[in-house]
Write a protein that binds this ligand. Sequence first.
Ligand code: NAP
Length: 342
Amino acid sequence: MGQEREGHEHVERRTIGAGALAMGAVGLGCMPMNWAYSGSRRRGEESVRAVHRALDLGVTLLDTADMYGPFTNELLLGRVLKERRADAFVSTKVGLLVGEQHIVANGRPGYVKRACDASLRRLQTDVIDLYQLHRADPEVPIEETWGAMADLVQAGKVRALGMCAVGARAARRPGARLHDGTIRQLQRVQQVFPVTAVQAELSVWSPEALDALLPWCAARGVGFLAAMPLGNGFLTGTLTPGEGFEPDDLRARHPRFTAEMTAANQPIIAGLRRVARRHGPEVTPAQVALAWVLTQGAHVVAVPGAKQERWVRENAGAAGVRLTAEDLSEVAELPAALGSWD
Ligand SMILES: NC(=O)c1ccc[n+]([C@@H]2O[C@H](COP(=O)([O-])OP(=O)(O)OC[C@H]3O[C@@H](n4cnc5c(N)ncnc54)[C@H](OP(=O)(O)O)[C@@H]3O)[C@@H](O)[C@H]2O)c1
């Protein structure tokens, strides 16, 4: 068991969606290798080693997007995929364009098709396992964008389609729950072509998807990819409160990562540590946070982001941590996170 927790065994496999696509229950979020975190863009070789390690461990889902970098994250993965395509489940995203000062949505059918060809070239593969709509374009009916993505399946360039949920920072109708808008979009695109997976934030400190989005997926045999399952690193307990972040790190502007809020949210870490200790000295808060995500349904795959090999190993080991009813009720009793985008 100890060995499993360290990730020396292949991680449990899960199948998602009507097409029963198989992948490791723990995946690898590749965003931190080229985007959004301090040190991104400067750690290419280390990141390549981390991807190889993931595939060795059966962490097969490699989640990227054309906008991570932009483009450089797909290029980095392409270096590995050209040698190890058969070991990986490749998921990338389309629909967001990065400019000098802003990010804009583009869901025009012609653009989507060109973007897919470009992703295939960068990833050095001839097929993408899961092609996800990163964000809907408010200027284009979502059925048109999704129809273009469905054409890519028919053309054999893509195996299945996924949708990313609208994030917590987006404006929403007064009184609307976080995922109401995403569920409306999902209902519309399901009329055009089946959704295989939904990707949305889900973690011990951001459990909103449990209200309606996760049940929506479970009821329809749609897989759920849990993004940011480590709370952007906070839930690992390895961040020092008040240390601050480089200006290009998303946490420098994130309301939960001010010195005050990281201090105020420490009881969450303390709770994860208490649970971890019951499972043995080698089990970590990060593993408990991931095991909690995996407990939310057989259709759920956790997608922790990492660029360091040691984290990949540790996170793979989370698939071997089985939380008890006592553990789960202790996590349920933890205080709600303080600091929000509202
Ligand atoms: N669809 C969307 O709109 C969307 C939005 C955000 C994210 N995502 C996806 O979700 C993935 C995960 O989200 P995320 O990467 O932002 O957040 P996350 O998984 O919650 O946290 C990632 C951070 O935690 C650190 N870390 C990972 N494992 C650790 C461990 N065992 N111990 C200590 N630190 C650890 C990483 O460090 P290092 O980087 O130093 O290794 C990284 O800084 C992304 O990579 C991306 O694929 C999707």
